[in-house]
Design a protein. Structure first.
Length: 77
């Protein structure tokens, strides 16, 4: 008897996002993909669209890291 896979589609919940998920969704909005993500979830995106989002996330994280390193968090006085 073959085992059946239970595939449950977990809905995208914009109200409970981690900071990384928020960044991901923000980039999807910029690319005009937010409506599809809200309707069908992240799995509806093509690999090209997902790769574009991932590349932009990496670039933005790098920029945020570099900005944090440039600005001193506390000054000695």
């Amino acid at each position: 008897m073959p085992k059946s896979k239970k595939t449950t589609k977990s809905p995208f919940d914009p109200a409970h996002m981690t900071p990384e998920e928020h960044l991901k969704f923000e980039i999807a909005e910029e690319l005009g993909l937010a409506d599809r993500v809200l309707k069908d979830g992240w799995k509806c995106l093509t690999s090209k669209e997902s790769g574009r989002i991932g590349g932009m996330m990496t670039k933005r994280k790098r920029q945020m890291r570099d900005q944090a390193l440039e600005s001193p968090t506390c000054q000695k006085g």
